[in-house]
Ligand binder design. Structure first.
Ligand SMILES: [Zn+2]
Ligand SMILES: [Zn+2]
Length: 116
């Protein structure tokens, strides 16, 4: 009786046994992350991003709350979408941010992850 050979992780040079979708438990996560990144390349996202910037008049919403106007360069998800398509494409879940506010938020988010 022929036995089906165990598949090896598709990530080159990994060599671990694949657990699902051809990737090992470590590289599976990387694949999910790349799927998230692919969402940012869709025409729907480009359109929505433009709508969010226009709604916020191209101004960073955090800076505006603090009383000054700074040009928004990034569109941020208020609630982290984590690959959730509904949250990702929800205009009310989007806010326009300037570079420094966005990187500050990303930094805080990553610190929160480290804590648990
Ligand atoms: Zn792997
Ligand atoms: Zn700002």
């Amino acid at each position: 009786m022929p036995t089906k050979p165990k598949s090896i992780c598709r990530n080159s040079g990994c060599g671990r046994i694949a657990v699902s979708d051809g990737y090992c438990s470590i590289h599976k996560r990387t694949k999910e992350q790349s799927q998230h990144l692919a969402l940012y390349k869709t025409p729907q996202w480009r359109k929505l991003r433009y709508q969010a910037l226009r709604r916020d008049r191209g101004i960073c919403v955090i800076c505006e709350r603090e009383g000054y106007q700074r040009m928004a360069t990034d569109v941020d998800h208020i609630i982290e979408h984590s690959g959730d398509i509904e949250l990702f494409y929800d205009l009310s879940n989007l806010q326009s941010l300037c570079k420094s506010c966005h990187s500050r938020k990303t930094l805080m988010k990553n610190m929160g992850k480290e804590r648990g």
